[in-house]
Design a protein around this ligand. Structure first.
Ligand code: NAD
Length: 480
């Protein structure tokens, strides 16, 4: 059996190594949400920045809920293998940007956030992990972590509670605040998180809330790199690439994109070294990506999963569903304002190539999770713009009907699936029943979900009802 990956000098395989000595660089970033995506994206690009320009920019990476990945990485001194796959084969590199990990330990997380050397906090805690109410833009009073942290603000365990407690402590100690960089797939993610953090602080101390609003930067960012959950094959290939056992290996595609608003009062790593693009306004990039990549992903996840397609690449191998993907990308692109230097047709073609990547096993079930958190920005926001502009809404209505059908919790072969969604109970209740109009009505009546502009529009309701009726009576293939 190969030795465990614990030092760069352990590596005997062809994997590339960083061009810096990890021990010579201090921690400058705390990351919340030590998942696969963080390791494939921000941590890898921080590794590129350290290799090119050095600096004290290594990462203390926190898993707020689960212990397994953080514990595996701790046993490896934060080292892990990143595998890039495409039809030409695989390439590996060992990433050393993560200096230490914290496993479900709120007190240690708060201490890490208070370290004056920490100048940037990055986050990938998933769309639902923030506890922010999208309707008000403030903390969600129904969210368990928000409620608990408002009661015991000195011992927080949730995202908003931790950020506010750390900022308060830093202010009291006379230390400068950190910059907060949200890297989740949410529209206006910087302003979104700023609203949640200042709203949470205002419940406790309005003066602190004003100070945060005045002094803390929350740049927005658009992130892109398709990163499936790791499997046994990931770990086997990591061993072939490094000569070491690696329990924290991650696999991803070669493509990587990170567009960031350049507002970092206390500095930042040279993420350009990994290909990041710094711009004055991220919104148009983010809208393009959420509506085209993520919108098509959600549609193909529901339509594909229900018709027995396990992976995105399997959906693309089905001519009927692949045509749906092409049409969806076209409909989403039609809702976008022109963007300098971007050709949406080229972007759509590149996306279809990435979706087809035969070496990436991206599960439709993984993308289908948390639909109530994803559909608003991916499907309903472009649908509203298409309605306003008198454009075709069929693609968005079909995606919505496919999601409603998915919420029944059983696929077209009769196999049951878990409805992994913070609003699972309400969604499965709405999805029950055979009458498409009644089911669609029940979904449209759920509070703070489908926008009123769609709910009250007869053409939209007819399009969703029509698609859902075909899906329920004749199956997904007939509707697609
Ligand atoms: P993952 O399941 O590997 O990791 C998710 C992380 O979020 C874990 O650390 C988990 O503990 C944490 N988390 C989940 N629910 C939470 C909660 N309620 N409170 C606090 N923390 C919580 O997933 P991933 O692939 O790393 O993706 C994470 C996020 O990154 C996505 O939701 C998305 O917003 C963004 N992203 C992912 C991809 C991708 O291809 N995987 C691409 C672009 C953006």
């Amino acid at each position: 059996m190969s030795p465990r990956l614990t030092r760069l000098s352990d590596v005997t395989g062809p994997a590339a190594l960083p061009a810096y000595d990890p021990a010579a660089h201090g921690v400058g970033i705390v990351h919340l949400g030590l998942g696969a995506f963080h390791r494939a994206h921000q941590a890898a690009m921080t590794d590129d920045a350290l290799s090119r320009d050095g600096g004290d920019w290594r990462i203390a990476s926190v898993s707020l809920r689960s212990r397994d990945v953080a514990a595996a990485m701790a046993a490896q001194n934060g080292l892990y293998t990143l595998i890039e796959r495409d039809e030409a084969g695989m390439r590996g590199r060992v990433v050393a940007a993560i200096a230490r990990t914290i496993a479900a330990d709120p007190a240690a997380t708060l201490d890490a956030l208070c370290d004056p050397g920490v100048r940037v906090v990055t986050l990938t805690v998933t769309e639902k992990g923030y506890g922010i109410d999208r309707a008000t833009g403030g903390p969600d009073p129904e969210n368990a972590a928000v409620r608990a942290d408002l009661e015991t603000p000195d011992a927080p365990a949730g995202v908003l509670g931790l950020l506010v407690a750390a900022l308060r402590r830093r202010r009291e100690a006379g230390a400068a605040p950190f910059t907060v960089l949200c890297c989740d797939n949410l529209p206006h993610n910087g302003a979104f998180l700023r609203g949640g953090v200042t709203g949470f602080a205002r419940r406790l101390d309005p003066d602190l809330a004003d100070w945060i609003a005045r002094t803390v930067a929350f740049p927005s960012s658009m992130v892109d790199r398709i990163t499936p959950a790791a499997t046994g094959a990931t770990r086997r290939d990591a061993e072939a690439l490094t000569g070491c056992t690696d329990e924290a290996a991650v696999e991803t595609e070669p493509f990587v994109q990170w567009v960031i608003e350049d507002r970092f009062p206390r500095g930042r790593p040279a993420w350009e070294a990994g290909g990041a693009l710094f711009v004055a306004d991220v919104d148009p990039y983010e809208r393009m990506k959420l509506r085209m990549l993520n919108g098509a992903h959600s549609m193909m996840a529901y339509a594909g999963f229900l018709s027995g397609r396990e992976f995105v690449r399997d959906v693309m191998a089905d001519a009927v569903l692949a045509a749906r993907v092409r049409d969806h990308l076209g409909a989403a692109a039609a809702t976008l304002a022109p963007l300098d230097g971007m050709d949406f047709a080229d972007y759509a073609a590149q996306l279809q190539d990435r979706f087809r990547n035969p070496a990436i096993a991206h599960r439709t079930a993984q993308i289908a999770m948390d639909g109530s958190e994803k559909m608003p920005q991916r499907i309903w926001s472009p649908a509203c713009d298409a309605l306003d502009a008198g454009q075709d809404i069929d693609a968005f209505a079909f995606a919505t009907a496919a999601w409603m059908r998915y919420c029944r919790g059983v696929d077209e072969t009769g196999k049951a699936h878990d409805l992994n969604d913070p609003r699972a109970q309400a969604l499965s209740a709405a999805a029950a029943g055979e009458d498409a109009e009644a089911v669609s009505d029940a979904f449209h009546r759920l509070p703070n979900l489908i926008p009123p502009a769609l709910r009250d529009d007869r053409a939209w309701r007819a399009a969703v009802g029509g698609s859902l009726s075909t899906i329920l009576r004749h199956g997904m293939k007939a509707a697609a």
